[in-house]
Ligand binder design. Sequence first.
Ligand code: SR1
Length: 397
Amino acid sequence: MSFPLKSTYQPLTSNSALALVRRLQLFEESAALTCCEIGNANLNHVFQIIDTKSQEGVIIKQAIPYSTAFGKNWSLTLKRSTIESHSLLINATNVHQLVPKVFYSDETLAVTVMEDLSRLQILRTGLIEGKSFPLLSEHIGMYLARTLFYTSDFALEPKRKKELVQKFTNPELCKITEDLVFTDPFFDSATNEYEEGLQKDVELIWGNQSLKLEVAKLKYKYLTQAEALLHGDLHTGNIFASATETKVISPEFAFFGPIGFDIGQFIGNLLLNAISLEESKQEQLFDYIDQTWEVFSSTFTELWETDRIEFHSRIDCCLENLLEQTFEDMIGFAGCELIRRTIGLAHVLDLDGISSKYKRLQAKRHALALGTQLINNRTIIKDTQQLRNYFTNTLSY
Ligand code: SR1
């Protein structure tokens, strides 16, 4: 069967997905292939195509122009598929071993054909199951340092940087983050979803004018500070991992934003997992946080020493100043992530999966108190040990 070349968007079926990989000659002509639609098709169609003999496979991901996730019917731009494939291709030049390989993409069909990662596990699921990932911090610290440094003005010629900023202008997906992370959770918005038992805690946040001013400053940074090409949604559900491998997937929220945002979202999600655990099991999560910052800052420093081109980066303390600001932003964005995953739309299983209602509400109160403290005190928190102290001090709220 030949793959129909369409000039308009058409949802793929198992048959047309198979025809596409045949046309792309990703397998031997004689290979017997199976095609299975995986995932729940509420944001994307995902087909897994496997060669029955070699057991090697590819994934075809096709964006759907709407979402039925979260009980709502949202229209969603198909352009996110192009942003995702272009971002994966750029990241492959900087961290090829940490992203899925892209074999093909088609803007009209909103399709990306990429490496099958089913040998790995979604990191959030692994963390909830109590698994440990010994190379996680080294890999994510490296991913962050290399993707952020090499797409910043410190490494790119100014013209190239501005071309990329244009290419990765992503207003529709950024608006989702502007609303769901920075705006709605801090007001009585119809999109919010929180447990009845949290009503008083939530109202305290809505009435906290100084907190809201600090969140407004962080949102303004997100809106205006085009420092580097971000992943834009770096939570633990967007990372595949095993004991030896890590792959960062789904950069459809990619755009040029503040360097501390990706690191903050990642750390925020590790904190959400730590909150869900009993004290004796939290150590591992703090190790991940310490080491991720350590690897990020030391790798960024090495790249700065060897590959920087921006004239003013030679000024004394320029790097120290940048890392200090990034740490402060990271703490603030992590705080926003803790609050939005508790009050806003799109929760995390780390907290929602706690079966005892009492413990679940305690954990969610902890997330709200810690999030508030991190946002308010981000300028005085200078290292990950202090971050840990705030974690402990907000336990009894
Ligand atoms: C409609 S998308 C909702 C959330 O899921 C994504 O992973 C992002 O975190 C987004 O805010």
